[in-house]
Design a protein around this ligand. Structure first.
Ligand SMILES: C[S@@+](CC[C@H](N)C(=O)[O-])C[C@H]1O[C@@H](n2cnc3c(N)ncnc32)[C@H](O)[C@@H]1O
Length: 395
């Protein structure tokens, strides 16, 4: 099917859903009781997202926020409250029925929030060619939309164009743990169900990096469906359009605290825990964004971090036998690749089979935010114990 054909099928699907109120897609995690205090039920009952990109401490007062594929407007209205009367929200969508409902409720929401006039505007347009000026947006949000766009790289380039330098995105979407096969890609019905168009995580993030985004990392993930052995996940990602970096007068050094023993950032620079490294202004700026920020010390002279230092961060595996239970670790960033203290090499977006001993390490507070976990075992696993060498030779 052509790109236009896919977009038309998807639009028809959501136009129908807007009228029937059909239940679709995934659990979002909204506090509906709270939203009901200012968003009408007609909007809430046709919310078709897979996350809460406007509700994760991402939106700041006075900002200009863009919602790609706004639907009936749930996230635009949530953001309208958070930006306050001095901020603005723009929602774009390709489906007239959705836009009609969203526009009709904008004045109601403004009244409920006590605003003199609505700070939300809904525009008709495609995610691949957004009716939005260059460098004009502080924050892009989107909820379960980009998987529906046939040309995702075009969407990522458009996102980069409209964000101001220093701007960022927080996007919830459906992704997969492996490439979606052609028989699903060409299943017209599953496009509307947020399945056929899902990209594998490394491909999704790769498209964002190609467009110029950096610091891409997971804010939240939730397993959704397994179809023919393919795991579909809902993931919320944040990333940055960094401004031009100014070279400082003196040099800068960074020292990685951990929890990784070794890591390579998105610009290709590698670090070993505790060992200082000179960095240029661009890298220093990247490492100054969360969550890189909390993993590094930045200094004007080289600082060696000893393992006895309270800032040293390492989670060592228990020296116990391994049990293989079907667990896979999907590293989600913000580094391109990292190594743990058991010599596992995790490449962003590529699942790595791990045993229970490693699972325990990755479930600690230091590691958890960087991984999505999948279990691919379909039945009972006998769980025979396997001896590991002290250097981590079993997995
Ligand atoms: C799954 S719904 C999500 C709607 C809304 N974000 C929410 O959370 O309720 C997808 C929405 O994106 C719109 N959409 C899908 N593909 C699009 C595209 N390429 N350009 C613009 N809008 C698109 C559809 O019309 C639909 O309203």
């Amino acid at each position: 099917m052509s790109y236009d054909g896919i977009a038309q099928t998807v639009s028809d699907r959501y136009a129908r859903a807007a009228v029937t109120g059909e239940q679709m897609c995934c659990p979002t995690g909204y506090d509906f009781e709270d939203l009901r205090t200012f968003i009408p039920d007609e909007v809430l009952k046709i919310s078709y997202g897979c996350g809460t990109p406007a509700g994760l401490d991402t939106v700041r007062v006075g900002e200009t926020v863009l919602d790609i594929g706004a639907g009936a407007g749930i996230d635009c209205f949530a953001a309208a409250r958070l930006v306050g009367p001095t901020g603005n929200v723009i929602g774009i969508d390709m489906t007239d029925t959705m836009l009609d409902i969203a526009r009709r409720h904008a004045p109601v929401v403004a009244r409920n929030l006590g605003y003199v006039s609505s700070n939300v505007e809904f525009r008709k347009g495609m995610a691949e060619a957004m009716p939005v000026a260059d460098d004009s947006i502080d924050l892009i949000i989107s909820n379960c939309v980009i998987n529906l766009a046939p040309d995702k790289r075009k969407v990522f380039r458009e996102m980069h164009r409209v964000l101001r330098p220093g701007g960022r995105f927080t996007i919830s979407d459906i992704v997969s743990d492996q490439p979606v096969p052609q028989y699903l890609v060409h299943d017209t019905k599953k496009w509307g169900n947020c399945l056929s168009g899902a990209l594998q995580v490394n491909d999704y993030v790769g498209g964002m990096m190609e467009a110029g985004f950096l610091g891409i990392h997971q804010v939240r993930f939730a397993p959704w469906q397994v179809i023919d052995g393919i795991h579909f996940l809902s993931i919320t990602l944040t990333g940055y359009k960094l401004p031009e970096a100014m070279e400082p007068n003196g040099g800068l050094f960074v020292t990685m605290r951990g929890p990784f023993s070794r890591a390579t950032d998105e610009l290709g620079q590698s670090y070993r825990r505790g060992i200082p490294q000179p960095v240029n202004a661009h890298t220093a700026q990247l490492l100054g964004t969360p969550p890189y920020q909390s993993l590094f010390l930045v200094s004007e002279t080289p600082v060696i971090l000893e393992s006895s230092d309270p800032q040293w961060l390492a989670i060592l595996p228990e020296q116990k036998p391994c049990l293989w239970k079907g667990d896979y670790a999907l590293f989600t960033g913000p580094f391109a690749e990292v190594e743990d203290d058991d010599y596992h090499l995790y490449r962003r977006g590529i699942p790595l089979e791990i045993c229970t001993k490693t699972l325990k390490v990755l479930e600690t507070d230091a590691y958890r935010p960087h991984f999505a976990m999948i279990n691919r075992a379909t039945g009972e696993v006998s769980g025979t114990q396997v001896a590991c060498t002290p250097s981590g030779g079993c997995c």
